[in-house]
Design a protein around this ligand. Structure first.
Ligand code: SAH
Length: 350
């Protein structure tokens, strides 16, 4: 199969062009066709010579993702099940809010980090996505929108651990955030969420300007280690020290995600500890009440308990936000993405 042209770096595309005596600036034009005008064939690249279009067609494909299924929730969240060339599938979720339209995208098929409360973890890691597969989630979701709608924000919070697929993820981030030839979403509107891979966090913050979210979920190593096996490699102190030392522009904050699990990490003492361990970090906290899924043994705390946890953080001066479960009626809420394989509903289709 021909390689997907969207995976070519600028350098490789330019080399292809100059080897064939085409001017280097064609690389930018080609990428504008791919990521801005979003054509699906080389024939549509009408400002290129016939010869160049034929050469591109001979060597490359313009890969696409197949929308296998599209489900809309009662709260207008839309979940896409997207088929990849090798037959595996991933999920993306479109989240409309008053003044923004956010797409939550995946970076791996499955995930290898085994967090005890997460549905994607049950799949294990199948493979990394390529940069084009990461970007194509935005392009395919955009194609389903009305003409007056546009994706304004992107969160890398779908299936997989973005920093465990560092090279393809940062390659995709460049395409997503470039305004000249790329998708053109400002890095201020892009947020990457990680289980807390310390060296890659440092590298990411040095190399990009996207926002950082960290899945914290506990206030001590004992509980965090039980919930997130990665804590054995990067313990809380190391993770928080890293956050303290990151060069943060003055108005920026690190988001800490805290999935609230009934009876596990939702006590008043947990709230007080959370305030304590975040001291000295420009932080905001996203409290995510647990979204149940088949096979999970955790429970969502009562609304009262969620409110009490939130109020304790707020009273201590922390910026805190409780995430409403979006799309939980279609299994599209945080931690419920699991692609086709475990969802059970693929049976009986086709
Ligand atoms: N691997 C990255 C990206 C996934 S983001 C990370 O872990 O940060 C998805 C967010 O949803 C993470 O904070 C994750 O811990 C959280 N999450 C996972 N399962 C969940 C569930 N069942 N309910 C609520 N949040 C969940």
């Amino acid at each position: 199969m021909k390689p997907n042209i969207k995976d070519l770096s600028c350098k490789d595309l330019t080399m292809f062009l100059t080897e064939r005596k085409h001017p280097a600036y064609r690389a930018k034009q080609i990428r504008q066709w791919l990521f801005q005008k979003r054509v699906t064939s080389f024939a549509q690249m009408t400002n290129l010579s016939r010869e160049l279009r034929d050469q591109l067609d001979e060597h490359f494909s313009i890969g696409r993702l197949r929308i296998v299924r599209q489900a809309e929730s009662g709260d207008s969240t839309v979940k896409f099940l997207l088929g990849l060339v090798d037959g595996s599938s991933i999920e993306s979720v479109l989240i409309p809010e008053a003044h923004r339209l956010t797409l939550c995208i995946s970076t791996q098929v499955g995930c290898g980090f085994g967090c005890g409360f997460c549905a994607t973890a049950l799949l294990g890691l199948k493979r990394n996505l390529t940069a084009s597969e990461i970007v194509d989630q935005i392009l395919e979701a955009s194609r389903t929108l009305r003409e007056d709608q546009r994706i304004t924000h992107v969160v890398l919070m779908g299936m997989g651990e973005p920093l465990a697929n560092y090279i393809q993820t940062t390659k995709a981030l460049e395409i997503i955030t470039d305004g000249e030839w790329g998708v053109g979403i400002s890095p201020r509107r892009v947020t990457l969420s990680t289980v807390g891979l310390v060296p890659q966090i440092e590298k990411l913050m040095a190399e990009t300007r996207v926002n950082l979210a960290i899945s914290l979920h506990a206030t001590n190593d004992r509980v965090r280690g039980q919930l997130m096996p990665v804590n054995r490699k990067y313990a809380l102190k190391q993770l928080l020290d890293c956050c303290r030392s990151l060069p943060m522009p003055r108005r920026k904050r690190i988001t800490f995600e805290y999935v609230l699990l009934g009876g596990v990490n939702d006590s008043e003492e947990d709230a007080r500890e959370l305030v304590k361990i975040l001291k000295g970090i420009r932080a905001k906290v996203n409290v995510i009440p647990f979204n149940p899924h088949p096979a999970s043994r955790y429970v969502r705390p009562s609304d009262q308990r969620i409110a009490r946890f939130r109020n304790l953080l707020h009273a201590a001066g922390l910026q805190v936000n409780v995430r409403r479960p979006r799309g939980d009626d279609i299994q599209a809420a945080c931690g419920q993405l699991q692609g086709e394989e475990l969802s059970g509903d693929r049976h009986g289709e086709n």
